[in-house]
Ligand binder design. Sequence first.
Ligand SMILES: [Zn+2]
Length: 343
Amino acid sequence: MAYQSWEDIAKEQAIAARLLKNHIQLNRVNHAYIFEGDKGTKKGEIAHFFAKTLLCKNLDDNLNPCNECNNCQRINKDIHPNIITIKPDGKFIKKEQVQDLIEEYSKTALEDSPRINIIYQADKFNLSSANSLLKTMEEPGDDIYQILITENYNSLIPTIKSRAESIHFKELDRSLIRDELKKLNIKSSYANPVSQYTSNLDAAKIIATDEDMIEIIDLVIAIYNALLADKESAVITFLEKNKQVLSDNDKAKFFLELMIIFQKDILQFKLNNKDMCFINQQQTINKLASKIDIKLAEKTLKNMLELSIRLKYNINLKLAFNKLLMNLERGYKHATHSSRDSI
Ligand SMILES: [Zn+2]
């Protein structure tokens, strides 16, 4: 949903909100900005809101757009001619795309209001398109603004970097993601682990409403519970229910990351930190924690983290996960407190 106010934005990107609002207040808006940060940090949405505040004819006392003037109404319908959005055409942003922009500039403005270009994936300029853009940045018209958006700040061409003010967009707070998921009626027992897994709100929403992913969360919980029961086996639990996990790499990664988050909960419990992710599994976590010493809990976690690095390569998932679970079983079911066996 589009932002309604700077206050809304400040909840998610406090620094960006403060900076941009200040620039408007002090009448010092730059002609070029770089919004940089990870996927899901709302750079595009905030760029559009900022553009709206630059175009609105009746900003309120808090510098929020009125949503009623002619400009606001057209922006809300996404039909304002003064906001131009550019995305790479194929692999790159092409020179012709920038030239089209420049041609637009050279025409007499149809409307007596600022023009704003929002350029997505600004790291995808090639040298010739970057040079064309740089020319416009060197002689910016009084009422032309560029907002360059990128997830790869380091890949931006240095001359572009030096001509724009960069604003870093930080990862969203996990608690914020959790709260947003709860608004979608996702139970805490799922919202918590998903918000630990990703700080990208859009990705979190997709995962938390995907039945396969929810099944994977249930599988992780079932596996750790099987480690406690004499008559159950984590390895067999996995073999019976692993269909989803082995079907693709994203799911395998999700499975392993959740196994890691659960193991972290166990270690945290041992270290007397009761702030857990799997809050509905406290009893299980408590009992598992009592079965191994801190050293073994740490070593287990370390091995899992190493496996998550190897997951990036083409490894045999079935073998790797079977081995992981067999070692977990050996550790939790058969280790004594003084055990030095590795998991
Ligand atoms: Zn307005």
